[in-house]
Design a binder for this molecule. Sequence first.
Ligand SMILES: Cc1cc2nc3c(=O)[nH]c(=O)nc-3n(C[C@H](O)[C@H](O)[C@H](O)COP(=O)(O)OP(=O)(O)OC[C@H]3O[C@@H](n4cnc5c(N)ncnc54)[C@H](O)[C@@H]3O)c2cc1C
Length: 398
Amino acid sequence: MQQDTFFEGTGAAADFIRRVQAFIHDELDPLAREHRISHDNGAPRPLLQQVWKLSHQRGFYGMTLPGALGGAGFGLHDHALIKEAIYATGSPFAPHVLGELSGPPRLGALVRSATPEQMERLVLPVARAEKAICFAITEPEAGSDAGAVQTRAKPDGDGFVLNGVKRFISGAPFCDMAIVIAATGDDPLRRETTAFLVERERPGFRVEAGYRTMAGQSHTGNIHLEDCRIPAANQLGERGRGLALALGRITVNRLLHCPAMLGLARLALQDACAHALRRRQFGQPIAGFQAVQHLLADMATDLAAARALMLGVARRLEHDADARGEASMAKLFCSEAAFRIADRAVQVLGGEGIVQGSRVEFLFRMLRMYRVLTGTSEIQRNTIARELLAPRQEETTT
Ligand SMILES: Cc1cc2nc3c(=O)[nH]c(=O)nc-3n(C[C@H](O)[C@H](O)[C@H](O)COP(=O)(O)OP(=O)(O)OC[C@H]3O[C@@H](n4cnc5c(N)ncnc54)[C@H](O)[C@@H]3O)c2cc1C
């Protein structure tokens, strides 16, 4: 496919992308080769820490933070383009360059609501790549219905005692601390929740890792809290505002999953085009068959449409427009389009696309997951329909 020389972002974003691509190519790719790290074979904690620190030293890791904390000050539109470019490198370290799994982007709305003491103890060590954090809301009985959390935080002396299980938590296997959303009300019908910081070394905090997702990765784990005692200073934000804090940036978060999917979908399209030109059958490259051309054309059209939607919503959000429904449309359309692209890439590669170890085989498994993560496609449709039919209702799903 022809190299696209048109860039939609600012000059500063173009420069950032050039530098981060060079960092991945010159420093992270050799590290991945040396330690045999792949998408299916994740890095151990010490190696991840090395990547976070390197990215921090080069000025990339804290990019998403406010300027006062070392952020780069990019708007959402540039942010989406930068993230897309990082994932389109195909590096197995891509989620660790900006720290989506356990770094600054996980802090979310906390950056605004942390007390000065929490800023020192929680926010700054994460911003400096010294500590890893995960965000734990989902439970065995509370998935799409995030407000149904059953983990309880009971006031006890000068603090709280937590009991419950958090499930499917990204970054849990290598976290130093977790932001835990727990029930604090006595009336289950009111569903009062509050956010707490829980450090991993506290007695009663146990991470259950060891299961892999269909993409072969083991970034995800469960957190068991058994009579886990924390001080009152570990309460984050106001009592009763846990879900609001967790979902406070959900519109932006939904949008910011799209560049990861589209960066990976771009790789699937590139691999399919390269294979179609190389592979010969019936005396000619399969790219000469119209049926194959149409698969590639549909993939490119899906990618262009998904990017246009993502970048359009990013612009709306930059102008403070209420784009809750549109962000859900972007998450819905980008995740479904990215999976269609991966599916067609497998078809173009034929048997090679099915064999484990081929990149499109991994991309197919990886891109299938985004239709479930951070709000399933059905939940996005619910949000879109709710915005159409009854604007400005409270949102209670992940
Ligand atoms: C790899 C991975 C990483 C994750 N990381 C995190 C994390 O870091 N922190 C965290 O808190 N959570 C995390 N999650 C949890 C994730 O957000 C949930 O899996 C997701 O929200 C769906 O919840 P569920 O799996 O319980 O599915 P369910 O809610 O049980 O949904 C099952 C099916 O029912 C449908 N459904 C449910 N309710 C409705 C409805 N009202 N209308 C229509 N259809 C509906 C769903 O769309 C889906 O098809 C992660 C999950 C995975 C797999």
